[in-house]
Design a protein around this ligand. Structure first.
Ligand code: FAD
Length: 247
């Protein structure tokens, strides 16, 4: 019994894993077990949360006398936090953010070359734009190097490790800066907040100005959550200071 808020894509899932307290323990991390439950059962309901960007990505899941067979215990009883930490390391750094960030910057630079000021100067040719773009791009490229190092470790059979907190910390900030740059670029054209979804593919609504402008504000608002999900940046900074820097 209880509820779990912020279950990303829970409305597409048929199973959920839960970290459930199965015994009282001295330390809060102890006595937690990692258990799978079928979502498709009378005791479980999934309620949508619509974000300020207009997206339906997250949900709240309610458990009301939900049941699960003992075979759905993953690992040993009480080992849940160890398993969760391994998964969190993968969530924070097991995927690569830099390629998408760099591709988004390329797209923005192209869009900036089509934005013309009154004096016939392209936005992409202004010093302010080039400096902003270079500043963010350099950090995205540095991020890519760290991501490749982690991937190389994984390929050698090593665990992603606590340096994935560095990846999450930097990637979330760069993501927010890229999306902030887009809103700056498109100006008033980005003020239209399209609430219809999806914004890509054949069913996307017709943009008023351009597709870049149409997605700028939803993406900007959506990426506010990057410094929160998977552990907030303050928590990542604590992990980095303790386990990476040894402070
Ligand atoms: C869009 C979105 C999607 C999410 N998806 C999922 C999901 O799929 N599955 C899932 O399980 N969870 C998910 N979450 C939950 C997310 O992991 C938590 O919201 C996040 O870890 C922060 O925890 P909290 O909400 O309890 O905030 P709190 O821990 O209460 O934090 C509140 C504030 O206190 C600060 N703080 C807390 N502890 C410390 C500390 N030790 N030192 C310094 N500052 C601190 C935080 O940085 C924050 O500013 C999602 C959240 C969002 C917003």
């Amino acid at each position: 019994n209880g509820s779990k808020i912020w279950t990303t894509h829970g409305h597409h899932a048929n199973k959920i894993f839960c970290l459930l307290r199965t015994e009282k323990a001295e330390r809060p991390q102890q006595g937690i077990s990692f258990i799978l439950l079928d979502l498709d059962q009378p005791g479980i309901s999934v309620k949508p949360i619509i974000t300020l960007a207009g997206d339906h990505e997250v949900n709240q899941v309610f458990f009301d006398d939900a049941v699960t067979p003992i075979e759905n215990l993953v690992g040993e009883e009480g080992q849940g936090w160890e398993i969760a930490k391994f998964l969190l390391e993968n969530e924070r750094g097991g995927s690569c953010h830099a390629p998408e960030l760099l591709a988004d910057l390329e797209r923005l630079d192209l869009a900036a070359s089509q934005e013309i000021f009154e004096d016939d100067c392209k936005v992409s040719e202004t010093r302010t734009w080039r400096r902003k773009l270079a500043d963010i791009r350099l950090r995205a490229q540095a991020l890519e190097v760290t991501e490749l190092q982690v991937l190389a470790n994984i390929m050698e059979g090593l665990e992603p490790g606590p340096q994935t907190s560095l990846i999450k910390f930097v990637a979330s900030k760069v993501r927010q800066e890229v999306d902030g740059l887009a809103v700056d670029l498109f100006g008033h054209a980005a003020l239209q907040l399209e609430t219809q979804r999806p914004l890509y593919g054949g069913n996307a609504p017709q943009p008023i100005f351009s597709q870049g402008a149409q997605i700028a504000t939803p993406r900007y608002l959506n990426s506010r959550a990057w410094t929160i999900f998977g552990g907030t940046n303050e928590v990542q900074a604590n992990i980095i200071s303790k386990t990476v820097l040894g402070l």
